[in-house]
Ligand binder design. Structure first.
Ligand code: HEC
Ligand code: HEC
Length: 303
């Protein structure tokens, strides 16, 4: 657990700490003025014309406080980490304390997770307590990208609308969560010339009934068949195998304006959904799968 590259810095800290403690003790000892019963003398310094200082010893309680702090430091350093590499007799560490807390917390919820792990996704999604747990997991792990209400934003899919890039069956959702997903929409900025690009943008927008230039739509159709149909399908309805969105509906991941569709085609798009399988483990993934599935399949779940 050492952070030092070699023992020199370890010894340096040890010596520094011990020397400081000894030095503090020395200062206290060397300032110990004997209490005399006779008259107290003046120090001999004078400020502001008349302000003089009596040479009284420090109050006893104060000196004791100094000694107590020194003793406390010694006891503390014997018990807890602080003296160079020495971990202390109690072998306490912040990571150890954290691990124990996590373990205790997990032991407490384990039976609950266990129960839900044995139920299928539809049943879990119908259980209000499981939904509440799924929601908490979602807020902790997913909301930063998909929003607290799971409705997403540009580039981050809405998970409540029943429209899926990769499929909305429990199996497909689970695969998404465990392995993550990488959207790969190639850039056509160099493959297509400016006119072809504009034509195909018009064609794409025509698929969902947005206003377009009919001549361009006719020309764009051929460009689409040659360059886009492989992924988005001849009819533009998309392909969940590669996460190619349906271009004929009103749901847009990156925006439907001419400018945004042009940008999508020119530069390509690479949405990245990180893998969560290892991070969360089977049982949490199961709860989250049910939560996400419930958002669009379960009237009660989509709150
Ligand atoms: C770093 C941002 C980020 C985080 C965190 C994240 N996601 Fe995603 N997620 C995305 C992006 C981006 C996509 C779209 C991927 C694409 O464009 O191909 C996506 C896609 C998805 C999909 C597929 C949607 C579809 O239409 O098929 C699901 C389901 C999903 N995420 C659920 C979750 C859940 C549940 C969590 C939390 C465990 C989560 N995501 C965490 C960014 C994120
Ligand atoms: C190799 C497969 C592939 C090809 C070829 C391809 N696309 Fe895509 N396209 C995708 C994928 C995958 C996405 C989603 C990207 C993401 O999730 O980040 C996408 C996204 C899009 C979007 C964004 C949709 C939205 O909801 O915002 C549009 C528009 C689009 N493609 C149009 C086209 C056009 C037009 C062509 C042909 C010039 C084309 N694509 C060629 C795979 C492809």
């Amino acid at each position: 657990m050492s952070d030092f590259i070699n023992n020199f810095w370890n010894m340096y800290v040890v010596v520094l700490v011990i020397a400081s403690l000894l030095f503090c003790a020395f200062i206290i000892m060397s300032n110990k003025a004997a209490r005399s019963s006779g008259p107290v003398e003046l120090h001999g310094h004078q400020w502001d014309e008349t302000l003089a200082e009596w040479n009284n010893p420090l109050p006893r309680w104060w000196v004791w406080l100094f000694w107590i702090t020194i003793v406390f430091a010694v006891v503390y350093l014997a018990a807890y980490p602080g003296l160079g590499n020495f971990g202390g007799k109690l072998a306490w560490s912040s990571t150890g304390a954290y691990d124990k807390e996590v373990k205790d917390a997990e032991a407490k919820v384990a039976p609950l997770f266990e129960r839900y792990a044995g139920m299928d996704v539809q049943q879990v999604a119908a259980d209000p307590e499981a939904r509440a747990m799924g929601q908490r997991l979602f807020l902790n792990n997913c909301a930063q990208c998909h929003g607290t209400d799971a409705r997403g934003s540009r580039g981050f899919p809405n998970l409540t609308d029943g429209d899926w890039l990769y499929g909305g069956t429990p199996e497909a959702i689970k695969t998404t969560l465990v392995n993550g997903r990488n959207g790969a929409m190639p850039a056509f900025g160099t493959t297509l010339d400016g006119e072809q690009l504009r034509d195909v943008v018009h064609y794409v927008r025509s698929l969902s009934g947005l206003t377009t230039d009919n001549v361009r739509v006719q020309r764009g159709k051929a460009t689409f068949a040659a360059n886009c149909a492989a992924c988005h399908g001849a009819d533009g309805k998309g392909n969940q195998m590669v996460g190619a969105p349906n271009l004929t509906d009103a749901t847009w991941l990156y925006g439907s304006t001419e400018a945004l569709v042009t940008q999508t085609l020119q530069k390509g798009r690479n949405g990245h959904m990180p893998a969560h399988g290892e991070l969360l483990g089977d049982k949490k993934i199961h709860l989250l799968t049910a939560y996400v599935w419930g958002l669009s399949n379960n009237a009660a779940g989509a709150k």
